[in-house]
Design a protein around this ligand. Sequence first.
Ligand SMILES: [Zn+2]
Length: 242
Amino acid sequence: MTPSRETLPALLELQGVDSQLLTTLARAKELQSSERVAALMTRRTRAIAAARELDAGQRAAQDAVARAEAKVSEIQTRIDRDTERLNTGGTSKDLMGIQHQIDTLLAQRGRAEEEQLSAMDHAEEVAADRERKQPLLRAADAEARAAVAERDAELTRLREEHARLGAERSRLAAGIADAPLLERYDRLRTARGGGRIAVARWENGTCGACGTRLSPADAAALEATPDSAVPQCPECSAMLVL
Ligand SMILES: [Zn+2]
């Protein structure tokens, strides 16, 4: 048997590591473009905007209540002042004028109190709406954060795995003395866009790289490969360990 054929099992081991390297890269790429995480992040952004709107709505409603209260209290102050003037006495014409003024203010106070009540009702509705929605918005935020943290942890794990496999590959490749065979392996592996299986086992009449079951004639020809040559799958060109 030629040294090349004796090296095939070592290449098979290298192929195993190279395949794992590709799997970790593909998984990392998939994670980085995760539609689920992107959708959760979009939902989180919307939830944050909605929460801000609810907060602003509540502040506006509370301000409206405060303004309505101030208006009632301002009218009351004027009523109290006029009542005091009425009690200190004066000409009947003066007193009639003051009474008229008080009546006008009382009517104004009635309207202001109605506005105050309506502002308070509105503020209560706004607060209840906020109470109802806030947990959902917080949940959207938490879910997105958790998904990102989970993805990042998985990416870190994959990076570590990739580094470990890279070191393992260097070690295995350094142990292969047959440089031309190693080059041939790398050429096959990276041909046509790469990611190909360059060496595999020949088992039960089937190529372990492409899965093709060879015809009896092709199988016989493959098994009759002279010792001086490396057996290759006629379909995918992978080197085969017989
Ligand atoms: Zn094949």
